[in-house]
Structures are given as structure tokens and as C-alpha cells.
Ligand binder design. Structure first.
Ligand SMILES: Cc1ncc(COP(=O)(O)O)c(C=O)c1O
Length: 464
């Protein structure tokens, strides 16, 4: 972290490859919403969605129909232009239409689309696993899949198989995905679980996630080691504790360092594996490759997805060799997992992150947070907390001590109003907005985003 210590050294003039190419679009583009959304073309798409798409997606509180993107900007089908602080739910970490990523995808697509490392071998699969294993510390092995939920499924299976233990621990507010195993650990919003009674929930014990904005945290680990382990759940039967280093969907909650460190100690004391779900926090989002680096803690298993492929489908489950050596052929696999196009794109993403993008995420994250703190001074009755690391930033509208659910409508109105003014954001938790811009965002784009957000807050305050 030493390269991040001096914020004064923040270059501001960080050049992404796009800027080096002299592409004028990115330097001049400004958000402009000409056709009040949803415009006529967007309405046609939405009509077909309503008619033909299974009605299971919750959807954002605004209707955005994406057409194309360039850098930190994205256009809808009616030609409206938005600054993208949502990045397709924290996925397009290098922005849209990144020249090097597009080039590598095109090159690999013309060479080989698929050959399945379930039965055969491909070089991009081996190359990506090698790179991720080294990034994780070296004594690791990697399994590749197609999504966050699959990366988590693999982690759960590996931990159960390696320990021979039946139970897992996860957290209230957690989001780990929607497939049967990971959904049993997800406890973010009751609609996600309702109706799915056959899941493996009987093997999962949920404990509260530390929330420094609203309440206590270390006491909760006293409870786990005290009454829970003595009365309810024998730690010798617990295979793993599954935690998001920053709780994402649950509200961008950042746990204190000592909490994660104590969790590591509890795991060590009882032979429990620590699984870090870095599907959202990984791949440079917080200014380091893995968010766990901020806590000085090494997990036994790490999951990645989202930003790793910058929009190509990929999931990764990285296990320490102590875990991996216990896994045997046939215990887990995937036809499509780690297809060559996604692997090549992910390798390019990792190159870009190393070449300044991750540092940019760290410094621009500090820049954006400090600008938001400025807005908090102006609108103290609206903004009650600003938290996050790197470019994973949450803005909370619930005053400390109040029920956050009472502020959901207000939050949704702010998200919608910002959208109408050209800024894409998303909600997280009951009362927060998340801002997850591309990691190569520049000063000018941060300024534009903050200006739109300030205007939005002003308009909301007037009618609040
Ligand atoms: C921490 C975390 N884990 C797992 C998932 C599930 O990922 P996917 O939607 O790719 O299955 C998500 C998605 O938001 C996530 O944030």
C-alpha cells in the first residue's frame, strides 16, 4: 500500500490507454438527456421485456435501456448520454469499449471460442489461473466459472469437501448469488429467499454483519464465540465462514480491520476456512487487487467475478493449496467456465490494473469521497454517511439510529432524479446509493458526476 500513502502525489492527469490514443470523444463528452427516458425506442424494448422476459428481475428505480458505451459514458437507445457510475452493477471496471479489451476479444474470437477445460486443455485458462494464483500469494490453485454465484458455489463445495464438515456461517445482509447453494447464504432482501424452501439453509447459520454507521460490531463476535459456539453450533462442525470484505448489496458496509482480523483468528482456532467473497470488491475495485488486502488478512478461499472480465463472463474461485490439495477429479467442473475469450479479456484487465488503473481507483476514490464529504456539509439533512474504499462508494440517507427502511423511498427518488439528469447510480441496502464508476475515471468525469449529484440533492431538498 505504500504507493498509495501520499494522496498529494495523486497525478490527476492519469492517462488511460484511451486518452493516449487521442480519442476526442472521451475528453468532450458530457451527459445529455434529450428524450425524457424512457424515450420511444426504450419504450419498445421495455414492452418486449414485459411481454417475453420472465418477471424475476427487481430492476432499478428507473428504466435505462443501454445501447453503447465509450469510456465512462454510456448511451441509451434514444441517444441520451449518461455518465456511468453504475457500470452494469460494478462490472465495466475499465469503462466501455476499452480499445485493448475489445482488440483482445476480437482476436481470440477469431481463433477459438470454446473448447472446455472440463475435459480438455486451453492455454488462456491455464494462463489466467496461473496469474490469479500468483496474485493471491502463490501457493494457490484456481477454478474458473461463468458468474459470481458459480464462483461462490464452488467455494462452498470446496470448503465442505476439504473439511468434511457440514455447516457454514454467513452474514445478515449478505449477497452471494441466486443459485441454490449461494442463495442459502444470501440474506439481503427477503424477496430473494421467499418461496425457495428446498435450499440448503438448514446448514447455514447467519450472524450480523458489522455496521459501524448503525451499531455495535465486536460484541457480535463475542456472541459467536460465546453462546453460539457453546449452545447452538459446534465449531468443529463448521466448514467455513463466508464473508464479503465490504458488504455490497447489503449497503456498502465497511467492517473495521480488527473485526476481519478477529474472524481470521476464530477460523484458525477452530479449523474453519475463511472464504472472502470478492465478486464485487475484487479486481481492483477498492484500489487493491483484493479488498482483503486492506485488512491484512489472507483468506483460505477467494471468489471473483464481475470486474474481472470487464463484461465478458467469468468467475474465479481461488483456493490455498492446503484446501486445493484435498479436492479430487470429478468433484466439480463446468462446460463453459473459463472460456478462452473471457480468460484473454481477464488477463488484459489484470495487465491494465497493474499499469496504473488500480492506483487511479485508489486516488480517484479518495477524490470522489472527499467531494461527497463536501456535499454532506451542504446537505447535512440528506447525507448521513459516506463510506467505501477505492471506487466502491456508498452514500447513506438514513440518520444514525433511525430505521434505514424509512429512507428507501427518498433514496430511490434521488437515484431516479440523478438518472434524469444524466448520472447512472444504483441503490444498495435499504437507504444507500452506490457509486461504482470505471476504475480509470479521470478528474473531469468525477467533477461532472459530483456536479450532477449536487444538482440532484438541491432539487430533492426543495421538495423534501
Ligand atoms: C459479493 C457478491 N457475490 C456474488 C454475487 C453474485 O454474482 P452473479 O450475479 O454474477 O451471480 C454478487 C452479485 O452482485 C455479489 O455482489
Amino acid at each position: 500500500m505504500s504507493s498509495h500513502d501520499n494522496l498529494d502525489a495523486f497525478p490527476g492527469s492519469h492517462k488511460s490507454e484511451r486518452e493516449d490514443t487521442g480519442d476526442p470523444t472521451n475528453d468532450k463528452t458530457i451527459p445529455s438527456v434529450i428524450f425524457p427516458p424512457p424515450g420511444p425506442r426504450a419504450q419498445a424494448v421495455i414492452r418486449d421485456h414485459r411481454k417475453y422476459v420472465t418477471d424475476t428481475h427487481a430492476k432499478a428505480p428507473y428504466a435505462f435501456v443501454a445501447d453503447h458505451g465509450d469510456g465512462s459514458f454510456v448511451w441509451d437507445v434514444d441517444g441520451n448520454c449518461y455518465l456511468d457510475f453504475a457500470t452494469g452493477i460494478a462490472v465495466n471496471n475499465l469503462g466501455h469499449n476499452h480499445p485493448a479489451i475489445t482488440r483482445i476479444i476480437q482476436e481470440q474470437a477469431g481463433k477459438l471460442l470454446h473448447y472446455s477445460d472440463a475435459d480438455f486443455y486451453t492455454k488462456p485458462y491455464a494462463d489466467l489461473c496461473k496469474r490469479l494464483a500468483i496474485l493471491a500469494g502463490g501457493d494457490h490453485k484456481v477454478f474458473l466459472s461463468n458468474s459470481g454465484t458459480e464462483a461462490v458455489e464452488a467455494a462452498i463445495k470446496f470448503a465442505k469437501f476439504a473439511t468434511g464438515r457440514p455447516y457454514g456461517i454467513s452474514f445478515i445482509g449478505a449477497f452471494h448469488g441466486r443459485s441454490a447453494g449461494s442463495l442459502s447464504h444470501t440474506a439481503s432482501n427477503i424477496v430473494q429467499r421467499t418461496g425457495f424452501s428446498t435450499l440448503m439453509s438448514q446448514y447455514v447459520h447467519h450472524i450480523p454483519y458489522p455496521d459501524t454507521h448503525q451499531g455495535k460490531y465486536l460484541e457480535r463476535l463475542d456472541e459467536l464465540e460465546g453462546s453460539t459456539f457453546r449452545r447452538l453450533l459446534n465449531p468443529s462442525e463448521v466448514a467455513y465462514i463466508l464473508i464479503e470484505p465490504i458488504q455490497g448489496e447489503g449497503g456498502y458496509l465497511v467492517p473495521p480491520k480488527e473485526y476481519i482480523q478477529r474472524l481470521r483468528r476464530i477460523c484458525d482456532d477452530h479449523g474453519i476456512l475463511l472464504i472472502a467473497d470478492e465478486v464485487q470488491t475484487g479486481a481492483g475495485r477498492t484500489g487493491t487487487m483484493f479488498a482483503m488486502e486492506h485488512f491484512g488478512v489472507q483468506p483460505d478461499i477467494t471468489t471473483m467475478a464481475k470486474g474481472l472480465g470487464n463484461g465478458t463472463v467469468i468467475g474465479a474461485t481461488i483456493s490455498r493449496n492446503t484446501v486445493a490439495k484435498k479436492l479430487t477429479p470429478g468433484t466439480h467442473s463446468s462446460t463453459f467456465g473459463g472460456n478462452p475469450v473471457s480468460c484473454r479479456a481477464a488477463l488484459q484487465v489484470l495487465d491494465e490494473l497493474k499499469n496504473g488503473v488500480m492506483d487511479n481507483a485508489y486516488f480517484q476514490g479518495a477524490n470522489l469521497r472527499s467531494r461527497l464529504h463536501g456535499l454532506r456539509q451542504i446537505y447535512p439533512q440528506l447525507i448521513h454517511d459516506i463510506r467505501g474504499m477505492g471506487l466502491m462508494i456508498g452514500v447513506d440517507f438514513a440518520p444514525k439510529g433511525d430505521d434505514p427502511l424509512e429512507y428507501k423511498d427518498l433514496r430511490d427518488r434521488i437515484v431516479r432524479r440523478a438518472f434524469e439528469s444524466g448520472l447512472l447510480t444504483l441503490g444498495c441496502g435499504p437507504s444507500s446509493i452506490r457509486m461504482v464508476p470505471p476504475l480509470n475515471i479521470n478528474n473531469r468525469e468525477v467533477d461532472i458526476g459530483v456536479d450532477i449529484f449536487e444538482k440532484t440533492l438541491g432539487e430533492i431538498e426543495e421538495i423534501h
